[in-house]
Design a protein around this ligand. Structure first.
Ligand SMILES: [Zn+2]
Length: 194
């Protein structure tokens, strides 16, 4: 999934869901988790492999982009809060490059009548598109290719969840079923584990 070119000494930037090791090679440290037989990133950052204790971590990237989002860009962000009509999203990467700007985006939720509950929850990592930058507000949309929730956990117990369908998840620990608007990647990874 990561399109980072294999240049020498260039730090390895990964996105949530990217494979960083197999479970035979490394155990997940901070910023990583186990999915099936792989260790995957749970946040945007640089891969650090500690050979001494065979641990792989994803740490916030030092090599940051100072680009400002423009309409049509793709972002990866973390949902800071989600109410019935709007979610606030911290923008961690713009066009798959980690951002140094600590910007916040606004995802409007009220216009979609299909939804019975919020498509995102606080703590979720999402991929979204920049709809507009009117009045210096970064308006986000999930209505774009690859967009939706790319990493989430059970809102009941914090356990690992799998996709039941494109908009429903189930906790593997407590069985709680919840709704999310899932990215294609999330659904595909869940299916590969069944
Ligand atoms: Zn649970």
């Amino acid at each position: 999934m990561s399109s980072q070119p294999a240049q020498t000494k260039r730090s390895e930037i990964v996105l949530p869901g990217d494979r960083v090791a197999t479970i035979e090679e490394f155990e997940p440290g901070s910023g990583a988790t186990v999915l099936s037989d792989s260790v995957v990133a749970t946040r945007v950052g640089e891969v650090v492999r500690e050979m001494s204790d065979r641990r792989v971590e994803v740490v916030p990237a030092k090599d940051l982009s100072s680009k400002l989002p423009e309409a049509g860009d793709s972002i990866i962000g973390n949902v800071q809060s989600a109410a019935s009509s709007v979610a606030q999203v911290r923008i961690d990467a713009i066009n798959d490059l980690p951002s140094s700007k600590e910007l916040s985006g606004m995802l409007s939720l009220r216009d979609d009548r299909r939804r019975r509950s919020s498509p995102v929850r606080a703590g979720d990592t999402i991929r979204a598109g920049i709809l507009s930058t009117t009045n210096s507000i970064y308006h986000l949309t999930l209505d774009c290719k690859g967009c939706g929730v790319v990493f989430t956990a059970c809102s009941n117990c914090g356990g690992r969840v799998i996709a039941l369908s494109r908009d429903r998840i189930k906790c593997t620990e407590c069985g709680f079923v919840d709704e999310r608007e899932l990215a294609d990647d999330f659904t595909a990874i869940s299916r590969s584990q069944n």
